[in-house]
Write a protein that binds this ligand. Structure first.
Ligand code: FE2
Length: 311
């Protein structure tokens, strides 16, 4: 089943205006808006749909405080949609909506959608870095960093769920062709579907049942400098850093997480490892030592010394 990754996430919230402003400040672009909410997108058209909590168009809410109402995956083709439908009809209701989205609910109660992906294919250069004895990574006189860098989210990377039974939750996604790339013992797996090489598009974390719901979601940036620039601009707009910047161990992705008005964390990431079926999943103990190679803390801009004041 050629599932590529999440195309968009759907939230039901009380404070739509706060969430829309947050996502614009994060770097997404407003694509559609009505009285009930808005769709905001990254450069490739993946994005976030925010609606008021009681909007009847939203899938049912969970019994917990979770605000994520649906995860809509992009798939490569109609054959994949039909394969998903055939697999899920074995033991649950599957609905093909008027919007062409195939809908079902996973074994933990997360509402899912599947559509032929609406990602726009982009041709963008990745961030580069020069290294001694390596061929030049960018043209001579081209700058590696600049205040002019837009540092905009490029593509929806991954979503993380708190689940009460990570083994059962994982088993469901294996039926859809996801594979485990790496795993934290007794915590949960990093999963990637067949249509991407990204280390993970879904990470599951075992928690008590009352915590069930989304923990965070993330968009890919063009490189670590873009994570730093976008995160710094976000801090300067008044948003609260939660964790980062730093670099994860499993996946190697640079990260910077922020608190959000959506009741979950929101991350920037960059330079995630890619894997194919020749990769053997690693198993690591959960904890701070295995969660990052290093962790920084944002500081206000500063410079040393300087000349004495003129009188
Ligand atoms: Fe993440």
């Amino acid at each position: 089943m050629n599932i590529i990754g999440p195309d968009y996430l759907v939230f039901g919230v009380d404070n739509v205006d706060d969430c829309v402003q947050y996502l614009i400040d994060y770097g997404l672009k407003l694509r559609e808006q009505d009285q009930s909410g808005a769709f905001l997108e990254a450069l490739d058209g993946t994005g976030v749909l925010v609606r008021v909590r009681h909007d009847p168009r939203l899938p049912a809410a969970m019994e917990t405080a979770n605000t994520l109402r649906e995860t809509v995956y992009g798939v490569a083709d109609e054959d994949t949609l039909q394969a998903i439908e055939a697999e899920l009809r074995k033991d649950r209701e599957v609905i093909r909506g008027e919007d062409g989205v195939l809908r079902a609910v996973d074994d933990m109660g997360f509402a899912l959608g599947f559509q032929i992906t609406q990602r726009r294919a982009l041709e963008l250069a990745g961030e580069t870095s020069q290294a001694p004895y390596a061929a030049p990574a960018r043209p001579i006189n081209a700058l590696g960093a600049s205040n002019d860098i837009a540092a905009l989210p490029r593509s929806l990377s991954h979503v993380v769920y708190f689940v009460p039974d990570q083994a059962k939750a994982e088993a469901f996604y294996l039926r859809l062709g996801f594979v485990c790339t790496d795993r934290f013992v007794d915590t949960g797996p990093f999963l990637r579907p067949a249509g991407t090489l990204d280390h993970h598009t879904l990470f599951l974390i075992q928690t008590p049942p009352f915590m069930k719901g989304i923990e965070h979601f993330t968009f890919h940036m063009g490189g670590p400098t873009e994570v730093m620039i976008a995160g710094t601009r976000f801090v300067e707009k008044g948003y609260e850093s939660f964790w980062g910047p730093g670099r994860h161990q499993l996946g190697s992705n640079w990260f910077w997480y922020f608190n959000s008005p959506m009741g979950c964390h929101v991350e920037y990431d960059a330079d995630m490892d890619q894997h194919d079926d020749s990769w053997s999943a690693r198993v690591a103990a959960p904890g701070a030592d295995n969660s990052q190679y290093f962790l920084f803390h944002h500081q206000q801009k500063w410079a040393p010394g300087g000349p004495p004041p003129k009188h």
